[in-house]
Design a protein around this ligand. Structure first.
Ligand code: SF4
Ligand code: SF4
Ligand code: FES
Length: 260
């Protein structure tokens, strides 16, 4: 698509960086080219905010902490999911920089997408069900296993990169990697007595759609090993519950007790 072009005010001597930002809404849009004064160490969000402050005040972008903590500035740089506040402009030296919204979610305006589908998925997950009797024992390895998914900042970059959502649009039938990490933290809590393998296999979880490409792990800014530490153990649990005859029987009995 052809780019429109805007230049920011900057002294003749100051170096500039050219940045192409997607401008549009659900009806359509295009990349618009902007020249922004280059500041040492600047991140893509700095460039976008410069455009908003000095060239195009109606540019929509979501951000909050500017410190890679809140997860709100997720977008795509050259087609790759990124936190805009953690992506340095000088990483793209000599390359064109194209900033666009996350592709897996409906576009509201410019760089802002509607991520509310993720919160619906969160609500659909069978909740934490604590054991009635104390005491229970928590070992150090349990704490480590639970700590990793708790680093999640809900940026949804992993959801954005996952081809099941991004290319195949399986949103009604697939929870996505962020929620596999969440489910792992519930399932592996030593105090939890809930059951989520039905949700994963037959319900909205849809873990069978995941073919362990590891793309989600690669884009996670918190370096959560979603595939090895969440998805694979959950798939093993599903296999155990569904194909181990004793566990299969237990699941059936439990289902009958719950009136399923
Ligand atoms: S490993 Fe699974 S969940 Fe992660 S991106 Fe690939 S298909 Fe999606
Ligand atoms: S798991 Fe990682 S990529 Fe996915 S939402 Fe959490 S922090 Fe973001
Ligand atoms: S602005 Fe908070 S993570 Fe980027």
């Amino acid at each position: 698509m052809e780019s429109s072009q805007h230049r920011g005010a900057s002294p003749e001597t100051q170096k500039t960086v050219r940045i192409n930002i997607y401008r549009g809404d659900a009806e359509g849009g295009e990349f618009v080219e902007y020249d922004v004064p280059l500041v040492e160490g600047m991140v893509v969000l700095d460039a976008v905010l410069y455009v908003q402050a000095h060239i195009s005040p109606d540019l929509a972008v979501r951000w909050n902490c500017k410190a890679a903590h809140c997860g709100s500035c997720g977008g795509e740089v050259n087609g790759r999911p990124k936190l805009l506040c953690k992506t340095r402009v000088d990483d793209y030296e000599g390359e064109e920089i194209r900033v666009s919204p996350m592709r897996a979610f409906p576009l509201i305006k410019d760089l802002v997408t509607d991520v509310s589908w993720n919160y619906e998925v969160a609500r659909s997950i069978p909740e934490f069900k604590p054991a009635e009797k104390a005491p229970f024992t928590m070992y150090e390895e349990d704490v480590e296993r639970l700590y990793e998914p708790k680093r999640c900042i809900e940026c949804f970059l992993c959801q954005d990169v996952c081809h099941v959502l991004r290319s195949h649009h399986k949103h009604p039938a697939f929870a996505g990697p962020r929620f596999f990490a969440k489910i792992q933290s519930l399932e592996m809590h030593p105090m939890d007595t809930g059951h989520r393998t039905e949700y994963l296999k037959e319900g909205r979880g849809g873990i069978g759609f995941c073919n362990i490409t590891k793309c989600c792990t690669e884009v996670c800014p918190e370096h959560i090993n979603i595939t090895d530490n969440s998805i694979i153990p959950l798939k093993e649990r599903v296999v155990g519950d569904y194909y181990d005859p004793a566990k299969w029987l237990m699941r059936k009995i439990r289902g009958r007790r719950n009136g399923e």
